[in-house]
Design a protein around this ligand. Structure first.
Ligand SMILES: Nc1ncnc2c1ncn2[C@@H]1O[C@H](COP(=O)(O)OP(=O)(O)OP(=O)(O)O)[C@@H](O)[C@H]1O
Length: 266
């Protein structure tokens, strides 16, 4: 069953100073199955975040449609929870309070909120930290709290915009393995934006490779790796290297076309 269907998505921005029109998204269509992990990759500025922001309901498309669970979206909703790069936690609430808040907003009865919140904190490995405040957690733990907060709302799709971009390389590997473990046990539908080809292949069932602006889908690559996954075994897997090389070739082919077009128009 398709959870998310993006059809003919097109987005133009008008620069408020110069009145110049920027086509951020040309014509993008793809669908995400229920329980699927999909990543969106593409050259810088090709509109990855814009597509995510439209799905989140933060931006309105100029043309095309976005259906979630078969319904056209209208504005932000907890059914499309977003995990941001910059954590976006409530600093004055405890770890437990951060998760309980969303449940309260969703109308979950008072006596059910805390057990549900604790269940999701356990899932992301934050048991024992319930009474701490966000500033008492490491960057990686704050990001896991962000994931717990979104998942506790049982969204139809979890949206993640480069969530690990601001943590160091070692923590990043650990968080990628944690996220894979969470995905494998809960099977949420995930839409993940990244610049990092290895990360996209490690995490995803399929990778949507966008072309440079005005972006279109260049290719949707199926990742032929078994689950459960961990870095130790994935790095030794020839299918992993082959898929990474294929996507890198798609991206560099696209980049050389852009350079050639720039030279032709000079
Ligand atoms: N609110 C806005 N107003 C005007 N232009 C915008 C706005 N948001 C994005 N853009 C432009 O749209 C294009 C796509 O931006 P977007 O951030 O979606 O790309 P991206 O692929 O996520 O980039 P990156 O990989 O660098 O993060 C860029 O040229 C950007 O400058």
């Amino acid at each position: 069953m398709k959870t998310l269907e993006i059809s003919g998505l097109h987005k133009q921005f008008v620069d408020s100073y110069t009145d110049e029109v920027v086509t951020a998204v040309g014509d993008v269509s793809f669908a995400v199955e229920q329980g699927e992990f999909i990543s969106v990759l593409g050259p810088s500025g090709c509109g990855k975040t814009t597509v995510l922001n439209i799905v989140a309901g933060f931006e309105k498309q100029t043309d095309g449609s976005v259906l979630v669970g078969g319904r056209e979206i209208s504005g932000p909703s907890p059914e499309r929870g977003v995990v941001f790069q910059s954590f976006a936690l409530f600093p004055w609430k405890t770890v437990l309070g951060n998760v309980v808040f969303g449940l309260r907003m969703r109308g979950v009865p008072r006596q059910e909120r805390e057990p549900i919140a604790r269940q999701y904190l356990d899932l992301v490995g934050l048991e024992g930290f319930e009474r701490k405040f966000p500033h008492e957690l490491s960057g990686g733990m704050q990001q896991r709290l962000g994931v717990a907060r979104v998942l506790a709302n049982e969204p139809e799709v979890m949206l993640m915009d480069e969530p690990f971009a601001s943590v160091d390389a070692q923590t990043r590997r650990k968080l990628q393995e944690d996220l894979t473990g969470i995905f494998e046990s809960k099977r949420p539908t995930v839409f993940f934006v990244t610049h990092d080809v290895d990360e996209a292949v490690f995490l995803s069932d399929r990778v949507v490779v966008l072309s440079s602006r005005p972006s279109q889908v260049n290719e949707i690559v199926t990742v032929p790796l078994e689950r459960p996954r961990d870095w130790r075994s994935v790095l030794d897997d020839p299918d992993f290297r082959h898929t990474v090389t294929h996507i890198t070739d798609l991206l560099s082919g696209d980049e050389s076309r852009v350079v050639q077009a720039d030279l032709d128009s000079a």
